[in-house]
Design a protein around this ligand. Sequence first.
Ligand code: IPM
Ligand code: MG
Length: 366
Amino acid sequence: MAKKTVMLLPGDGIGQEVMAQVVRIIEWMDTAGVASFDLREGLIGGASIDKFGVPLTDETVADCLACDAVLMGAVGGPKWDDVPFDKKPERGLLRIRKDMGLFANLRPALVFAELAEASTLKHEVVAGLDVMIVRELTGGIYFGQPRGIETLPNGDRKGYNTLVYTTPEIRRIGQVAFDLAMKRGKKVTSVDKANVLESTILWREEMEVVAKDYPEVALSHLYVDNAAMQLVRNPKQFDVMVTTNMFGDILSDCAAMLTGSLGMLPSASLGAADANGKRNALYEPVHGSAPDIAGQDLANPLAMILSLAMMLRYSFDLDAAADKLEGAVKAALAAGFRTGDIMQPGATKVGTKGMGDAVLKYLAEA
Ligand code: IPM
Ligand code: MG
């Protein structure tokens, strides 16, 4: 059987450094006979702008579509602040999501026991936390038309975007959330702003329609302002949260901090399943390119490494390999290895590569 192909898009800033640790792990898995992939590599974001003048080329999109999964680092940085809006590094990320049809973004906020003290929230509020945020990723205000900035006849300028959702868009993301809930705690919280926005009145109504197919799952609704408050007040009340593109963007950063650091949160972006059950998929850490610490061996590679674990699980059904990798991350944390962002008194401070070393060590010992 042909080897499965994985496309690597390290991107910018710390994206390159954290991806390098993932490549070491993939190489180890190959040698150890755990899993074997054919790796390709491409450019996205600022790295692509520098070489091709655009944040993502048609060729790279085609290469990604031809691969079985994509692993992405992060995009952006001050170097590209002055490029026109439609050529910014972030446009590359938004385009790859759209062109691959990656409508479902899974962002699990899981607190490792070893890191419960690293959170800025009280230990008892976050210890044992396991929330799955399901963010709609190819619709809503990020992509709605019309959009733009115009000059009015009186000389004033007007900027506008459109928050739009259709029933199929809401139902398919709802199904992803309910399917996940069936394998977890059987609770879905749908987050909207139905007291103000019509598009999310529709969102709420359609979630109720989807819920009819899942009688075992309890559905509740929260307005986004209340959801943000509840996430920091009592996050353990949640199992699966499903929400729009922009609300999901905001709430997932908030949820990331519950886990101790943005450097810990992986994500999976999935498309619709074809007749064979195969989905387009891209895996990336929730954190950004962190230009302030890039190139200094300071970045935490664990969100990227945990994104690799999600790839093993969701794209290749390699659950044992994913368990093993997540186990090695836990073992490295239990042994006291910490990057700066999760540093605690008495722990052993390591850099990006040092954390990669630690994970590899415990992988080999597992
Ligand atoms: C994320 C990021 C992106 C988003 C940016 C970089 C375009 O914040 O993945 O959460 O807003 O989706
Ligand atoms: Mg974000």
